[in-house]
Write a protein that binds this ligand. Structure first.
Ligand SMILES: *[C@@H]1O[C@H](CO)[C@@H](O)[C@H](O)[C@H]1NC(C)=O
Length: 178
């Protein structure tokens, strides 16, 4: 009897816990396309909620250069775009950071657990971008390495996984810290 009710509870509850999105199975199965394919995002808006949120947030920020909005993606290949646009988008970068962290939501715990370097006053660490903090303007260049390789990949993954509901504001005043 006890076993039977336990099975019952599991059968009723488990799918609800595992399947947060009521979307065709192929959505969750191909989640990686959320970052790269607009059509896939349109078809699987729940699975791709974090990606859609990032794009929408960037649309609602004032960018100095419109093309810097191209950096608003959780695509791991973003590294190449950052490289190409790093000079032009220097001032817009903090808006990208604001939106990709969903309005400066704190994902430090995930970042540190997965090997992002810890930030401290005398050691520029990439965890600053996972936290609700911004690097000092005078030291921004010391953080450039964070936009590459493993540091970028982990940070981006943690930020994407951290999304629950939109927490950003339109036209947010974000810049490096003075
Ligand atoms: C962000 O989270 C980390 C780890 O949970 C915590 O130590 C830190 O104080 C938080 N930062 C802010 C600005 O809330």
């Amino acid at each position: 009897m006890l076993l039977k009710s336990a099975v019952c509870v599991a059968v009723v509850l488990l799918p609800a816990l595992i399947r947060a999105c009521e979307e065709p199975k192929h959505c969750a199965k191909n989640e990686q396309f959320c970052t790269t394919r607009e059509k896939f995002r349109d078809k699987c808006p729940c699975t791709c909620a974090a990606d859609l949120n990032l794009i929408k947030c960037c649309e609602h920020q004032k960018f100095e250069h419109a093309e810097c909005r191209d950096l608003c993606t959780y695509d791991p290949k973003n590294e190449l775009k950052i490289k190409k646009l790093s000079i032009k988008c220097f001032n817009d970068f903090f808006k990208v950071q604001y939106c990709s962290s969903n309005g400066h939501s704190n994902s430090t715990e995930c970042c540190l657990k997965h090997g992002v370097t810890k930030d401290s006053p005398d050691n520029p660490g990439c965890s600053v971008f996972c936290e609700v903090k911004l690097p000092k303007c005078s030291r921004t260049f010391e953080y450039l390495h964070c936009a590459r390789g493993k540091q970028l990949a982990i940070g981006v993954k943690c930020a994407r996984d951290n999304f629950d509901r939109p927490k950003w504001k339109a036209n947010a005043e974000v810049n490096c810290a003075t």
